[in-house]
Design a binder for this molecule. Structure first.
Ligand SMILES: [Zn+2]
Length: 82
């Protein structure tokens, strides 16, 4: 809540998200089951975790997702579609 730039109306957007929920948009597809999302209202970033729940996207998780995405793509490219 306090890491957003001061020019955005944080309180208003915060209320909006608290009232109607975050409006997440997919920012990156990691695997078929894991995506990264960003709230178009407050800028909050989250990702699907292994349990299929949303968790806050930290720098560390971002790096893990990057590795997973690369691994996933290599694997998908290597296996021919039958
Ligand atoms: Zn939000």
């Amino acid at each position: 809540m306090n890491n957003l730039s001061p020019k955005t109306s944080v309180s208003l957007l915060g209320v909006l998200c608290a009232t109607v929920g975050h409006h997440y948009k997919v920012t990156r597809k990691v695997t078929n089951h894991i995506n990264e999302y960003k709230c178009t209202h407050c800028g909050r970033e989250v990702t699907d975790n292994q349990s299929g729940k949303l968790e806050t996207l930290t720098q560390k998780i971002k790096e893990v997702n990057t590795n997973v995405a690369e691994f996933f793509q290599k694997r998908t490219n290597r296996i021919p579609i039958q």
